[in-house]
Design a protein around this ligand. Structure first.
Ligand code: FES
Ligand SMILES: [Fe+2]
Length: 349
């Protein structure tokens, strides 16, 4: 069975929490669906389908007082859970008003980041919604937002770009980081985890990334986890107590565009002093990806046949495999079982 482009019954990163101000409404497109996001008076984030049930006008065009959204067309009012509160033009009060509802997506804020759950079938009762992803930092800590960029290309190409080691040598070269000539044979151990796989904890290789990590001092090890639908979580342990978490999160906007967000957390207080150089470094990397994606899209216009070759593309094959299993489990309403077997992959980068 071929899996659909978009996976459902999963949480998607919507935006960094500091972009969602109290009393404001924001429209986002996720998996091609228009969603209106806001925060109620208590600061709790919510997400509703961005169409008024009356005649479909976007609710994000309405007036929001922190409690009620009034549609801009005929003034129907909805609370933050999407339940209709008032139809101003009706002369007689309507008993069944609460039966008029806007679909409310499960929405959670995790360490300052806002997530929306995209169900398989919004027409049916939701059933049990799993908790949003574990972002590897204590619940009372907040991520900083590094970068948001739009990639030309669908979620599959964007994800493969995220987990593909071989492009690094050619796309992410720079004088302070690495050059083509510093490529070495790497051997990494992988294991299945959750709805993805993990590159097991290891010392970063000295030639390339080691350069950056060495600046931090202390014994350093890193672990990189990939989870559906397109989340790369890197956890860098520094000495006994400190750590850095760097997350790259892909959200499909529609069939041709994918949003990439990079968020970051460090337990090292002094890192805030080098925050801007760090952001710059992150942006440089992402810009390099954005550029190569534009070129890739030009190539894909003629619909060429593509290949996945050997160990460097093994993670891409796993991604498709995971997707297939996930889709199948959702469609047949059966438990997902992770198809990945532990493996050692070798490549030259
Ligand atoms: S379209 Fe929203 S109230 Fe009529
Ligand atoms: Fe890249």
């Amino acid at each position: 069975m071929e899996s659909a482009l978009f996976l459902r019954n999963l949480w998607y990163f919507a935006l960094h929490g500091n972009k969602l101000k109290k009393g404001k409404l924001l429209q986002r497109t996720i998996l091609g669906q228009k969603v209106v996001l806001g925060r109620d008076r208590a600061g709790k984030a919510f997400a509703l389908r961005d169409n008024c049930p009356h005649r479909g006008v976007p609710l994000s065009e309405g007036v929001f007082d922190g409690e009620t959204i009034a549609c801009c067309y005929h003034g129907w009012q909805f609370n933050c859970s999407g339940v209709c509160q008032k139809i101003p033009a009706l002369a007689d009060a309507m008993a069944q008003l609460h039966k008029i509802r806007v679909f409310a997506y499960p929405c959670e804020e995790v360490s300052g980041t806002i997530w929306v759950y995209m169900p398989q079938n919004p027409e049916k009762p939701l059933g049990v919604v799993p908790p949003p992803p574990d972002l590897l930092i204590p619940a009372n800590k907040q991520f900083l937002h590094v970068e948001q960029s739009l990639l030309d290309g669908n979620i599959d190409h964007a994800t493969i770009g995220l987990i593909d080691p071989a492009h690094v040598t050619f796309v992410h070269q720079s004088w302070f980081w690495r050059s083509r000539n510093s490529a070495k044979l790497k051997e990494k151990n992988f294991e299945p985890v959750g709805i993805g796989f993990r590159m097991k904890r290891h010392q970063p290789s000295s030639a390339a990334s080691g350069k950056g990590y060495r600046l931090l001092g202390g014994a350093i090890s890193t672990e990189i986890t990939f989870q559906l639908p397109g989340h790369r979580l890197e956890h860098i342990q520094i000495g006994e107590r400190d750590f850095i978490v760097s997350l790259t999160l892909l959200t499909p906007i529609d069939e041709k565009t994918t949003e990439l967000n990079h968020i970051f957390y460090s337990s090292l207080g002094w890192m805030k002093y080098i925050w801007w150089p760090l952001v710059h470094l992150g942006r440089t990397f992402i810009c390099q990806d954005v550029k190569v994606f534009r070129k890739l899209q030009k190539g894909l216009e003629s619909d060429p046949k593509l290949m996945l070759m050997g160990d460097p593309d093994a993670q891409a094959r796993w991604y498709y495999e995971l997707k297939r299993h996930w889709s199948q489990a959702q469609e047949t309403n059966t438990p997902f079982s992770n198809p990945i077997a532990p493996a050692t992959l070798r490549w030259v980068t």
